[in-house]
Write a protein that binds this ligand. Structure first.
Ligand code: G4P
Length: 274
């Protein structure tokens, strides 16, 4: 457990901090990674946020298999929960998210109005596991023109809010949800997508897990792209060799891990929602 980049104490602290921040917001925008729709969510948050409005977003949808994105959508919609798929770098997501926030919170706003609370903005927080795209999403909402709304003594002491629109504010520090590491596969998925340190396993084992998965679920893909199906043959076919003509496994491993992460390998999902 020492190499994961976090330890259970981290998680307790992160959860405590989130619980404190939660009191300040009406809604939670939860980000998950579309390529690992199960491994990138922590089931504990269902309990933690049961009293909040929630928007569930599967980010990095541009890197995920479109067929798996569709499955995720059907899975949640059949359970009465709508989900969004985003590339957080794209600013056009903002309109959809604002619409859903206003819709979800409309009854609460109405109640507030009846109690004489008028003009208080909706407040939301963005949360998700490390590297899922929280900061990118917040930046895409706000852009360069944004102004911090400043501290409001008494209500939001010590917290910075960013104005997303005239009636919506975002807590500017993203909430970090720690992934729940259940089983080796979850760890591998999180390491492959870059949410925990890749050194949880020797890198060659990680790349091996990737090639096995891709060969099983996307037959022909590696052969078509790299001229081989395993690390050694890919090294040879890509002419990644060390002195003496032996395959340079380290460089092939790096190539495969990097290509997977930045989408050069193709749109690949590492698990299915069901
Ligand atoms: P975090 O706050 O949740 O830790 O994540 P952050 O926004 O820092 O995003 C982590 C990396 O993922 C960044 O790349 C970011 O550009 C990329 N990213 C975020 N959302 C998406 C998405 O929807 N699709 C794709 N393809 N990439 C996304 P980086 O390598 O750290 O920086 P850079 O190389 O993009 O500059």
């Amino acid at each position: 457990m020492t190499n994961l980049g976090w330890y259970p104490g981290h998680m307790t602290k992160a959860v405590r901090m989130m619980e404190e921040d939660l009191r300040l917001v009406d809604a939670l925008i939860e980000l998950a990674d579309a390529r690992i729709p199960v491994s990138s969510r922590n089931p504990d948050i269902d309990r933690l946020f049961r009293d909040k409005f929630r928007i569930l977003i599967f980010n990095k949808a541009d890197l995920a298999d479109p067929a798996e994105n569709e499955r995720i959508k059907e899975y949640f919609e059949s359970r009465g929960q709508s989900v969004l798929f985003t590339d957080a770098r794209d600013r056009s997501n903002s309109a959809d998210i604002k619409r859903i926030l206003r819709q979800q919170c409309s009854k609460k706003l109405e109640r507030d109005r009846k109690r004489g609370i008028i003009g208080r903005p909706l407040r939301a927080m963005v949360a998700g596991i490390p590297n899922v795209g929280k900061s990118t999403l917040i930046n895409s909402f706000i852009g360069k023109a944004s102004a911090k709304t400043g501290n409001k003594p008494g209500v939001t002491r010590g917290k910075q809010w960013l104005r997303m629109d005239k009636d919506i504010e975002l807590l500017d520090t993203p909430g970090i949800l720690w992934p729940k590491l259940e089983g080796e596969r979850t760890g591998i998925n999180l390491a492959l997508t870059g949410s925990i340190r890749e050194e949880i396993l020797p890198l060659e084992e990680l790349a091996q897990a990737l090639t096995e998965y891709v060969n099983g679920h996307y037959p022909g893909l590696l052969m078509g792209k790299y001229g081989g199906e395993d690390i050694g043959s890919i090294a040879v076919s890509r002419n990644l060799l060390i002195k003496g003509g032996e395959p340079d496994l380290n460089r092939a491993v790096r190539l495969l891990l990097d290509d997977f992460r930045n989408g050069k390998m193709g749109r690949i999902s590492l698990e299915s929602i069901v």
